[in-house]
Design a protein around this ligand. Structure first.
Ligand code: FAD
Length: 359
């Protein structure tokens, strides 16, 4: 039977970064297994590509402040994959849960740019439905560029990357012993297992205590009308929408608070997670009421993913990291980053972790 010092399950953004970090921390033989045919093909690709800077979280000051703290660092470290030549507007709907004054004062509190949008951009909105539009600083990342760089860095530090390799962790017989893991063609023992499978977190044979909420999410890809080719727009705060550059496909994404989620569930597993319909036209129709330039847009395609969040943050939209040591074995850690810029919080957690049980 083969063995490794550390096995990372899941080749999304977090699994890749964690595997590289484990090498830095001294784990000699690190293997990363991803069941898809390439890296960053699931949630790390199917998302709104927003490098958060706090604006999105007026109801969770702690998440807003963490995003604020990590934003510049992310842009500096992953600049090759961040679209910086874009403008970002936050527009406050007339029926928003926060009004324009409250939003501006929240931005002041977390120390982010929030200036009245220039008239040429403010004119994009229906004035009866939008109370105010603000110029802000928020950017979009390119998941394909992140995947390319991750593959290179994993190779540079000699992580053994296995694509097309679904993993199952076998029941824990003795907590102190290495963890036995089944791959399609072999069984191996791992001194440490880091479970970075996001939507499959409790579906790889590792029990997870935290309660998760899953939501089948539809993200629509559209060709941006010329007026917003370099503009991202988020309408706050309630059942509204965001359209952002989606650099990985050179299109814009469109998500809608009411129409992006198809169904949600809190019990473990995948539920009925295959899309049976598309809400594309409903998203576009509603968004075009606020932003009339969307009225003539022809959708390109929808992409779907199971969005996974901690149930305890359902009301405040907070997005802290999850890092949970398995009750059955100190050699198993489940990690969920929740949003891309949380990578720094995850790496900090790994550096502070007591590794003596597993190294
Ligand atoms: C609709 C949507 C919109 C979002 N918008 C944003 C946003 O704008 N900004 C932001 O920062 N974050 C956003 N997020 C959150 C962000 O996408 C995730 O936090 C991040 O991508 C999670 O990365 P990950 O590596 O944990 O997960 P993933 O990228 O999903 O990686 C997990 C990997 O595990 C693999 N896997 C699963 N089971 C197994 C197994 N048994 N064996 C081997 N491999 C397995 C999967 O194939 C997958 O590749 C959004 C998420 C969604 C779904």
């Amino acid at each position: 039977m083969g063995s490794v010092d550390a096995l990372v399950i899941g080749g999304g953004f977090f699994g890749c970064e964690i595997a590289v970090e484990l090498r830095r921390l001294g784990f000699a033989r690190v293997m990363l297994c991803e069941r898809e045919a390439g890296l960053l093909r699931r949630a790390s690709y199917v998302n709104q590509a927003r490098v958060h800077n706090g604006y999105h979280y007026p109801r969770s000051l702690s998440t807003a402040e963490r995003s604020r703290a990590n934003f510049e660092r992310f842009v500096a470290d992953y600049g090759f994959a961040v679209r910086t030549d874009m403008v970002k507007l936050y527009a406050i709907a007339a029926t928003s849960r926060v009004n324009a004054g409250q939003f501006a004062s929240f931005c002041g509190k977390i120390g982010v740019l929030c200036r009245e949008a220039p008239a040429a951009l403010a004119r994009l909105f229906d004035p009866d439905l939008i109370e105010a539009a603000f110029l802000t600083r928020e950017l979009a990342f390119d998941a394909v560029a992140l995947a390319r760089s991750a593959a290179q860095r994993l190779a540079d530090v000699h992580v053994d990357v296995r694509l097309g390799t679904p993993v199952r962790v076998e029941p824990i017989a003795a907590p102190a012993r290495p963890v036995r893991v089944t791959l399609p063609s072999e069984t191996i023992e791992a001194g440490l297992v880091v479970n970075c499978t996001y939507a499959a977190l409790d579906d790889v044979g590792i029990p997870v205590k935290a309660r998760l909420k899953r939501e089948l999410a539809e993200m629509l890809l559209i060709p941006p009308p010329r007026d917003i080719a370099d503009v991202g727009i988020t309408v706050m705060d309630g059942p509204f929408f965001s359209t952002m550059p989606f650099p990985a496909a050179k299109l814009h994404s469109l998500s809608h608070v009411r129409y992006t989620p198809h169904e949600a569930w809190t019990e473990p597993g995948h539920g009925n997670a295959l899309p049976t319909r598309s809400n594309a036209m409903a998203m576009l129709r509603d968004a075009a009421r606020f932003l009339p330039v969307l009225a003539k847009v022809e959708p390109v395609r929808s992409i779907f993913e199971i969005k996974t969040v901690l149930l305890r943050n359902e009301d405040d939209d907070g997005r802290p990291i999850l890092a949970e040591t398995c009750v059955a074995s100190p050699r198993i850690l489940s990690v969920m980053g929740s949003k891309i810029d949380n990578i720094y919080d995850v790496l900090e957690m790994l550096r502070a972790h007591q590794w003596k049980e597993s190294a």
